[in-house]
Design a protein around this ligand. Structure first.
Ligand code: SF4
Length: 276
């Protein structure tokens, strides 16, 4: 089955393709159901996923005007209180003049639509645009791994492409865009920032254009399985691909920060839609 002409490329779908072309084919072209758990132990995995989801909802509500006291009074979980406190210490230290929470940015490359769903985009008085992403994993992802993630390429690219539409009164340049990840389980040294530049924008455009072209030119059945078998341990399709039956362990995953975003249920930042 070929890719649909109105297919919208997102961080999730790009990352799936880059991690494993076969996973992209199974998930987006063949729309294959998930036959296996992503990670063991399942209950702990589901608990972490639920906590991360609730945290994102809490922050979204807070940024939309729900008082902090009301939000915190409704939450019994100590971890969520702590994460929110860490988020709040960061957020209140910044002086943003305009914010958009859970905001979808859209752009087009060679007629292919792209979307980035941002946890927060925020403008400062001196005309800098911050794209902020809440990370709820226990371990901080290494800078070099985050730098390679498609989110760090796609989000600033789309932000610059559509900046004029979001902020028609100011002229944002590439240098004014900053992509940052806040690791909310950590009280200090918890922000990883990537600055942007005209060169990065050109390189990102070339990379995204080439990747989309490669995906669109593939015939069904030619999407190859990843050579990195460790990725299969956390992939729901491993039984279909005959890449093992047993799921990888969450503890193992914490030590492999480049794999953390491969779990769709834990990767809230790359989810296209969360029903708020
Ligand atoms: S099990 Fe491995 S080869 Fe199969 S789709 Fe998943 S990552 Fe790719």
């Amino acid at each position: 089955m070929p890719i649909e002409t109105n297919f919208i490329f997102s961080a999730n779908s790009f990352q799936d393709y880059l991690d494993c072309p076969r996973r992209f084919e199974l998930k987006y072209l063949l729309k294959q159901n998930w036959p296996a758990e992503e990670s063991e132990p399942v209950l702990e995995f589901e608990h972490n996923a639920e906590l991360g989801n609730r945290f994102h909802r809490m922050v979204h509500q807070y940024l939309n005007g729900v008082p902090q006291e009301i939000l915190l009074a409704s939450i019994q979980d100590a971890a969520l209180h702590e994460w929110f406190a860490n988020f709040h210490a960061f957020y209140s230290s910044r002086k943003f003049v305009q914010i958009f929470s859970e905001f979808s940015l859209r752009a087009v490359i060679n007629q292919s639509p792209l979307v980035a769903v941002c946890d927060l985009i925020a403008l400062t008085a001196d005309g800098n645009l911050w794209i902020l992403d809440w990370k709820t994993s226990a371990k901080k992802t290494r800078r070099e791994n985050l730098n390679d993630r498609i989110q760090s390429i796609l989000y600033p690219f789309i932000a610059l492409e559509c900046a004029d539409r979001i902020f028609p009164d100011i002229r944002l340049q590439a240098e004014n865009i900053h992509m940052a990840y806040l690791f909310v389980q950590h009280p200090a040294d918890n922000l990883l920032t990537f600055d942007y530049s005209p060169d990065s924008h050109q390189q990102n455009r070339a990379f995204l254009t080439a990747t989309i072209g490669e995906i669109l030119s593939k015939e069904p059945g030619t999407f190859e399985c990843t050579a990195e078998a460790r990725r299969c341990r956390f992939c729901v399709y491993r039984s279909l691909c005959e890449r093992g039956i047993t799921a990888g362990n969450l503890a193992e995953l914490e030590d492999a920060s480049d794999l953390q975003d491969t779990l769709s249920n834990l990767d809230f930042d790359a989810q296209e839609e969360i029903a708020f």
